[in-house]
Design a protein around this ligand. Structure first.
Ligand code: NDP
Length: 241
Protein backbone atom coordinates (compact mmCIF):
# COMPACT_ATOMS: atom_id res chain seq x y z
CA UNK A 1 0.00 0.00 0.00
CA UNK A 2 1.31 3.47 -0.86
CA UNK A 3 2.25 5.92 1.88
CA UNK A 4 -0.13 8.59 3.20
CA UNK A 5 0.96 12.23 2.92
CA UNK A 6 -0.80 15.15 4.60
CA UNK A 7 -0.18 18.65 3.25
CA UNK A 8 -1.39 21.61 5.30
CA UNK A 9 -2.61 24.50 3.17
CA UNK A 10 -2.57 21.91 0.42
CA UNK A 11 -5.38 23.21 -1.76
CA UNK A 12 -3.87 26.27 -3.41
CA UNK A 13 -0.54 27.93 -4.14
CA UNK A 14 2.62 26.03 -3.24
CA UNK A 15 0.64 23.53 -1.17
CA UNK A 16 -1.58 22.56 -4.11
CA UNK A 17 1.51 21.92 -6.23
CA UNK A 18 2.95 19.80 -3.40
CA UNK A 19 -0.27 17.78 -3.04
CA UNK A 20 -0.36 17.08 -6.78
CA UNK A 21 3.35 16.20 -6.98
CA UNK A 22 3.02 13.75 -4.08
CA UNK A 23 -0.07 12.21 -5.65
CA UNK A 24 1.80 11.82 -8.94
CA UNK A 25 4.67 10.20 -7.01
CA UNK A 26 2.22 7.55 -5.77
CA UNK A 27 1.23 8.80 -2.30
CA UNK A 28 -2.30 8.77 -0.95
CA UNK A 29 -2.66 12.49 -0.28
CA UNK A 30 -4.85 14.48 2.11
CA UNK A 31 -4.89 18.25 1.66
CA UNK A 32 -5.86 20.50 4.56
CA UNK A 33 -7.09 24.08 4.19
CA UNK A 34 -8.42 26.85 6.45
CA UNK A 35 -11.68 28.16 5.04
CA UNK A 36 -11.69 28.81 1.31
CA UNK A 37 -14.22 26.09 0.44
CA UNK A 38 -14.63 27.24 -3.14
CA UNK A 39 -10.91 26.84 -3.93
CA UNK A 40 -10.70 23.59 -1.98
CA UNK A 41 -13.71 22.02 -3.70
CA UNK A 42 -12.45 23.10 -7.13
CA UNK A 43 -9.06 21.59 -6.26
CA UNK A 44 -10.69 18.34 -5.18
CA UNK A 45 -12.81 18.19 -8.36
CA UNK A 46 -9.77 18.83 -10.57
CA UNK A 47 -7.36 16.42 -8.85
CA UNK A 48 -9.41 13.85 -6.94
CA UNK A 49 -7.34 14.68 -3.82
CA UNK A 50 -9.29 14.51 -0.54
CA UNK A 51 -9.60 17.87 1.22
CA UNK A 52 -10.08 18.52 4.95
CA UNK A 53 -10.89 21.84 6.57
CA UNK A 54 -9.44 22.94 9.89
CA UNK A 55 -7.29 25.70 11.34
CA UNK A 56 -3.70 24.59 12.05
CA UNK A 57 -3.46 27.15 14.85
CA UNK A 58 -6.08 25.15 16.80
CA UNK A 59 -4.47 22.14 18.53
CA UNK A 60 -7.72 20.28 19.15
CA UNK A 61 -8.90 20.83 15.57
CA UNK A 62 -5.59 19.43 14.28
CA UNK A 63 -6.08 16.31 16.40
CA UNK A 64 -9.62 15.80 15.12
CA UNK A 65 -8.57 16.41 11.50
CA UNK A 66 -5.64 14.00 11.69
CA UNK A 67 -7.80 11.33 13.36
CA UNK A 68 -10.36 11.63 10.52
CA UNK A 69 -7.64 11.30 7.87
CA UNK A 70 -6.05 8.34 9.65
CA UNK A 71 -9.37 6.50 9.87
CA UNK A 72 -10.43 7.29 6.28
CA UNK A 73 -7.07 7.06 4.48
CA UNK A 74 -4.42 5.63 6.82
CA UNK A 75 -1.61 6.62 9.21
CA UNK A 76 0.16 9.82 8.22
CA UNK A 77 3.70 8.92 7.19
CA UNK A 78 4.60 12.18 5.44
CA UNK A 79 3.60 15.54 6.91
CA UNK A 80 4.20 18.72 4.96
CA UNK A 81 3.72 21.79 7.16
CA UNK A 82 3.00 24.31 4.42
CA UNK A 83 0.05 26.40 5.67
CA UNK A 84 1.07 29.99 6.18
CA UNK A 85 -0.22 33.53 6.26
CA UNK A 86 1.13 37.08 6.17
CA UNK A 87 -0.11 40.06 8.18
CA UNK A 88 2.49 42.60 7.14
CA UNK A 89 3.09 45.92 8.88
CA UNK A 90 6.06 48.02 9.86
CA UNK A 91 6.86 47.15 13.45
CA UNK A 92 5.79 50.48 14.91
CA UNK A 93 2.34 49.89 13.43
CA UNK A 94 2.12 46.13 14.01
CA UNK A 95 -0.75 45.14 16.28
CA UNK A 96 -0.60 42.31 18.81
CA UNK A 97 -3.29 40.62 16.70
CA UNK A 98 -1.08 40.72 13.57
CA UNK A 99 1.80 39.32 15.59
CA UNK A 100 -0.19 36.50 17.21
CA UNK A 101 -2.08 35.43 14.08
CA UNK A 102 1.16 34.88 12.18
CA UNK A 103 2.99 33.18 15.06
CA UNK A 104 -0.01 30.97 15.81
CA UNK A 105 -0.39 29.79 12.21
CA UNK A 106 3.18 29.80 10.89
CA UNK A 107 5.00 28.55 14.00
CA UNK A 108 2.61 27.10 16.56
CA UNK A 109 0.79 25.38 13.67
CA UNK A 110 3.91 23.25 13.17
CA UNK A 111 3.81 22.17 16.82
CA UNK A 112 0.07 21.48 16.66
CA UNK A 113 0.38 19.29 13.59
CA UNK A 114 3.71 17.56 14.16
CA UNK A 115 3.03 16.74 17.81
CA UNK A 116 -0.03 14.74 16.82
CA UNK A 117 1.63 12.56 14.17
CA UNK A 118 4.93 12.15 16.02
CA UNK A 119 4.02 9.25 18.31
CA UNK A 120 2.58 7.26 15.41
CA UNK A 121 5.72 7.87 13.35
CA UNK A 122 7.91 6.79 16.29
CA UNK A 123 5.82 3.65 16.80
CA UNK A 124 6.08 2.73 13.11
CA UNK A 125 9.77 3.76 12.90
CA UNK A 126 9.19 5.84 9.81
CA UNK A 127 8.33 9.44 9.15
CA UNK A 128 9.03 12.37 6.93
CA UNK A 129 8.33 15.93 8.08
CA UNK A 130 8.92 18.78 5.63
CA UNK A 131 8.45 22.32 6.92
CA UNK A 132 7.95 25.17 4.48
CA UNK A 133 9.82 28.10 5.97
CA UNK A 134 10.92 31.12 3.92
CA UNK A 135 13.86 33.16 2.71
CA UNK A 136 12.49 35.84 5.03
CA UNK A 137 13.06 33.57 8.02
CA UNK A 138 16.71 33.32 6.97
CA UNK A 139 17.46 36.97 6.24
CA UNK A 140 14.61 38.90 7.91
CA UNK A 141 12.33 41.25 5.99
CA UNK A 142 11.22 44.73 6.91
CA UNK A 143 7.47 44.91 7.39
CA UNK A 144 7.47 41.23 8.39
CA UNK A 145 8.85 41.02 11.94
CA UNK A 146 6.05 38.58 12.78
CA UNK A 147 6.53 36.43 9.65
CA UNK A 148 10.34 36.49 9.81
CA UNK A 149 10.26 35.46 13.50
CA UNK A 150 7.84 32.60 12.84
CA UNK A 151 9.74 31.32 9.81
CA UNK A 152 13.09 31.51 11.64
CA UNK A 153 11.41 29.61 14.48
CA UNK A 154 10.41 26.92 11.99
CA UNK A 155 14.10 26.36 11.23
CA UNK A 156 15.02 25.93 14.90
CA UNK A 157 12.07 23.56 15.34
CA UNK A 158 13.27 21.55 12.33
CA UNK A 159 16.83 21.17 13.65
CA UNK A 160 15.76 20.17 17.17
CA UNK A 161 13.21 17.62 15.99
CA UNK A 162 15.62 16.15 13.46
CA UNK A 163 17.87 15.15 16.35
CA UNK A 164 14.96 13.62 18.26
CA UNK A 165 13.55 11.74 15.27
CA UNK A 166 16.75 10.33 13.79
CA UNK A 167 16.91 7.15 15.87
CA UNK A 168 13.32 6.34 14.84
CA UNK A 169 13.92 6.86 11.11
CA UNK A 170 11.98 10.11 11.10
CA UNK A 171 13.58 12.87 9.05
CA UNK A 172 12.70 16.51 9.59
CA UNK A 173 13.77 19.08 7.00
CA UNK A 174 12.89 22.61 5.97
CA UNK A 175 12.61 24.33 2.64
CA UNK A 176 13.13 28.07 2.33
CA UNK A 177 11.48 29.29 -0.85
CA UNK A 178 12.25 32.70 -2.24
CA UNK A 179 9.54 34.59 -4.09
CA UNK A 180 7.14 32.11 -5.69
CA UNK A 181 4.30 33.14 -8.01
CA UNK A 182 1.28 32.38 -5.81
CA UNK A 183 -1.64 34.52 -4.64
CA UNK A 184 0.44 35.51 -1.58
CA UNK A 185 3.07 37.11 -3.83
CA UNK A 186 0.87 38.15 -6.75
CA UNK A 187 -1.10 40.25 -4.24
CA UNK A 188 1.93 42.57 -4.24
CA UNK A 189 1.31 45.48 -6.65
CA UNK A 190 2.68 44.66 -10.14
CA UNK A 191 4.90 47.76 -10.15
CA UNK A 192 6.56 46.67 -6.89
CA UNK A 193 7.00 43.14 -8.21
CA UNK A 194 8.58 44.27 -11.49
CA UNK A 195 10.65 47.18 -10.22
CA UNK A 196 11.69 46.09 -6.74
CA UNK A 197 11.29 42.36 -6.23
CA UNK A 198 12.19 40.60 -9.48
CA UNK A 199 15.38 42.67 -9.97
CA UNK A 200 16.63 41.22 -6.63
CA UNK A 201 16.37 37.67 -7.99
CA UNK A 202 19.47 36.69 -10.01
CA UNK A 203 17.60 34.17 -12.18
CA UNK A 204 15.30 37.07 -13.18
CA UNK A 205 11.91 35.57 -12.41
CA UNK A 206 9.62 34.34 -9.65
CA UNK A 207 9.86 30.68 -8.74
CA UNK A 208 7.07 28.28 -9.65
CA UNK A 209 5.12 26.32 -7.03
CA UNK A 210 6.08 23.10 -8.84
CA UNK A 211 9.76 23.89 -8.23
CA UNK A 212 9.13 23.80 -4.48
CA UNK A 213 6.93 20.72 -4.84
CA UNK A 214 9.80 18.80 -6.45
CA UNK A 215 12.01 19.64 -3.44
CA UNK A 216 9.33 18.24 -1.13
CA UNK A 217 8.90 15.06 -3.15
CA UNK A 218 12.63 14.42 -2.90
CA UNK A 219 12.83 15.07 0.86
CA UNK A 220 9.81 12.80 1.42
CA UNK A 221 11.34 9.94 -0.57
CA UNK A 222 13.30 6.94 0.68
CA UNK A 223 16.27 8.33 -1.28
CA UNK A 224 16.49 11.24 1.20
CA UNK A 225 16.83 9.04 4.31
CA UNK A 226 20.28 10.43 5.22
CA UNK A 227 19.11 14.05 4.99
CA UNK A 228 17.69 15.41 8.22
CA UNK A 229 17.81 18.77 9.97
CA UNK A 230 18.68 20.43 6.69
CA UNK A 231 17.42 23.63 5.13
CA UNK A 232 16.96 23.48 1.38
CA UNK A 233 17.20 26.98 -0.04
CA UNK A 234 15.26 27.55 -3.28
CA UNK A 235 15.31 31.24 -4.09
CA UNK A 236 16.81 31.80 -7.54
CA UNK A 237 20.13 32.89 -6.04
CA UNK A 238 18.68 35.80 -4.07
CA UNK A 239 20.28 34.95 -0.73
CA UNK A 240 22.91 32.50 0.47
CA UNK A 241 23.10 31.34 4.06
P1 NDP B 1 -1.27 30.82 -0.30
O1 NDP B 1 -1.75 32.04 0.42
O2 NDP B 1 -1.35 30.78 -1.79
O3 NDP B 1 -2.02 29.53 0.27
C1 NDP B 1 -2.02 29.33 1.66
C2 NDP B 1 -2.66 28.00 1.99
O4 NDP B 1 -2.56 27.82 3.41
C3 NDP B 1 -4.13 27.94 1.64
O5 NDP B 1 -4.47 26.60 1.29
C4 NDP B 1 -4.81 28.30 2.96
O6 NDP B 1 -6.13 27.77 3.10
C5 NDP B 1 -3.87 27.62 3.94
N1 NDP B 1 -3.93 28.17 5.28
C6 NDP B 1 -3.69 29.45 5.67
N2 NDP B 1 -3.88 29.55 7.00
C7 NDP B 1 -4.25 28.34 7.44
C8 NDP B 1 -4.61 27.82 8.70
N3 NDP B 1 -4.61 28.57 9.81
N4 NDP B 1 -4.98 26.52 8.78
C9 NDP B 1 -4.98 25.72 7.69
N5 NDP B 1 -4.64 26.15 6.47
C10 NDP B 1 -4.28 27.44 6.34
O7 NDP B 1 0.24 30.62 0.21
P2 NDP B 1 1.54 30.17 -0.59
O8 NDP B 1 1.26 28.99 -1.41
O9 NDP B 1 2.14 31.36 -1.22
O10 NDP B 1 2.51 29.80 0.63
C11 NDP B 1 2.59 28.48 1.13
C12 NDP B 1 3.69 28.43 2.18
O11 NDP B 1 4.92 28.83 1.59
C13 NDP B 1 3.44 29.38 3.35
O12 NDP B 1 3.90 28.80 4.54
C14 NDP B 1 4.30 30.58 3.00
O13 NDP B 1 4.68 31.31 4.13
C15 NDP B 1 5.49 29.89 2.33
N6 NDP B 1 6.25 30.73 1.44
C16 NDP B 1 5.67 31.31 0.34
C17 NDP B 1 6.42 32.08 -0.50
C18 NDP B 1 5.85 32.69 -1.73
O14 NDP B 1 6.61 33.41 -2.40
N7 NDP B 1 4.60 32.43 -2.09
C19 NDP B 1 7.84 32.33 -0.24
C20 NDP B 1 8.35 31.67 0.92
C21 NDP B 1 7.57 30.91 1.72
P3 NDP B 1 -7.40 28.58 2.45
O15 NDP B 1 -7.28 28.38 0.96
O16 NDP B 1 -8.58 27.91 3.04
O17 NDP B 1 -7.24 30.01 2.84
Amino acid sequence: MSRVALVTGGTRGIGAAISVALKNAGYRVAANYAGNDEKANAFHDATGIAVFKWDVSDYAACGEGIAKIESEIGPVEVLVNNAGITRDAMFHKMTPQQWHEVINTNLTGLFNMTHQVWTGMRDRSFGRIVNISSINGQKGQMGQANYSAAKAGDLGFTKALAQEGAAKNITVNAICPGYIGTEMVLAVPEKVLNERIIPQIPVGRLGEPEEIARCVTFLASDDAGFITGSTLTANGGQFFV
